[in-house]
Design a protein around this ligand. Structure first.
Ligand code: IPM
Ligand code: MG
Length: 349
């Protein structure tokens, strides 16, 4: 359990209630450990991803992660160490190369999307975002001596592209067998390596229809015609941007979970951030974290049943109108109330 910053502690607390109930039902005996990460870790240890936290993760079957980030650092571009560095270091050290972000709609929520109901109803795709390469990690990165020039470098190696494309093909095979690769191959050398690698892999998956799309076009099509997508695979930064955009389809950023599949262990986290304005107020939506726990049961603990129980509980809560203010501002439930309701539903089911 890495609660992290902002609303992290209160939303992960709700997920734990839910996990405990699922474990009672399915016969798992969870053993929890808690670690520091992000701004809280900087405050207590000076390091946003302390060695102790890393060791804890390495020894875990799965990691549930809340959020990272603090306005104290956002507004200080000169800060020597940033909470986000902890997240990036964790991704790199745990080898979390693939971030799976499912984008779906809930029947009882389609009218909440700022997009027209006929556009979003039935949309169901997953974004497979490369997570340990690209411009987030490329070197050199920095400033010139006079401080007037800054640079980031986008680097991709063939093996990094290959492993994530293979994973994406695997998802496509289990779904509607359509894979869209998003890149900027008309401009970027890294994107051309992505395309070349994908073209080499595609013949091994004859059943999967592969298409290539430039990222600017994809940004438009995701909003205009989300139902056309099944599996999207893309590089780190394009994936970051497109998945925030795609959350609009679901109706609230507070609903979207993710799984980061790794070499050493896997991390499950909501795609929203630390939402500092809401921290400690008991108003944040815990569902993205709870659904991340569902992905944890499915992907890391090999329990389809655990995942299904949680998903059904979430659907029931939406139908019952037990939702936080981001979804229903007139009669919102608190973070705790939603967590208790979900855990109670699973207990009774
Ligand atoms: C995300 C977040 C992170 C990212 C930030 C907090 C570094 O936006 O997980 O999408 O950019 O990867
Ligand atoms: Mg992001």
């Amino acid at each position: 359990m890495l609660a992290g910053d902002g609303i992290g502690p209160e939303i992960t607390r709700q997920a734990v209630k839910v996990i405990d109930q699922v474990c009672k039902k399915t016969g798992y005996m969870p053993e929890y450990g808690e670690g520091l990460v992000g701004a809280v870790a900087i405050d207590k240890t000076g390091d946003p991803y302390p060695e102790e936290t890393h060791n804890l993760c390495m020894g875990s079957d799965a990691v549930l992660f809340g959020a990272i980030g603090d306005p104290r650092f956002d507004n200080d571009p000169k800060a020597k160490v940033r909470p986000e560095k902890g997240l990036l270091e964790m991704r790199q050290k745990l080898g979390l190369y693939a971030n799976i972000r499912p984008v779906m709609t809930f029947e009882s929520l389609v009218h909440k999307s700022p997009l027209r109901e006929d556009i979003v109803a039935g949309a169901d795709f997953i974004a497979v975002r490369e997570l340990t390469g690209g411009i987030y990690f490329g070197r050199p990165q920095g400033r010139s001596e006079d401080g007037n020039t800054a640079y980031d470098t986008c680097v991709y190696h063939r093996y990094e592209i290959e492993r994530i494309c293979k994973l994406a093909f695997g998802f496509a095979m289990k779904r509607r067998k359509k894979l869209t690769m998003v890149d900027k191959a008309n401009v970027l050398a890294t994107s051309r390596l992505w395309r070349e690698t994908m073209q080499e892999l595609a013949p091994s998956y004859p059943e999967v229809e592969v298409e290539y799309m430039f990222v600017d076009n994809a940004a438009m099509q995701i909003i205009q015609w989300p139902k056309r997508f099944d599996v999207i695979v893309t590089e780190n930064m394009f994936g970051d941007i497109l998945t925030d955009e795609a959350s609009v389809i679901t109706g609230s950023l507070g609903m979207l979970p993710s799984a980061s599949i790794g070499v050493h262990t896997s991390v499950f986290e909501p795609i929203h951030g630390s939402y500092p304005q809401a921290a400690g107020k008991n108003i944040a939506n815990p569902v993205a974290t709870v659904l991340s726990a569902a992905m944890m049961f499915e992907h890391a603990l090999d329990s389809e049943e655990g995942g299904r129980l949680i998903r059904r509980a979430v659907e029931a809560s939406l139908e019952a109108g037990v939702v936080t203010g981001d979804i229903d501002s007139t009669d919102p439930a608190s973070t705790e109330e939603v967590g208790d309701w979900l855990a109670g539903w699973i207990e009774k089911s």
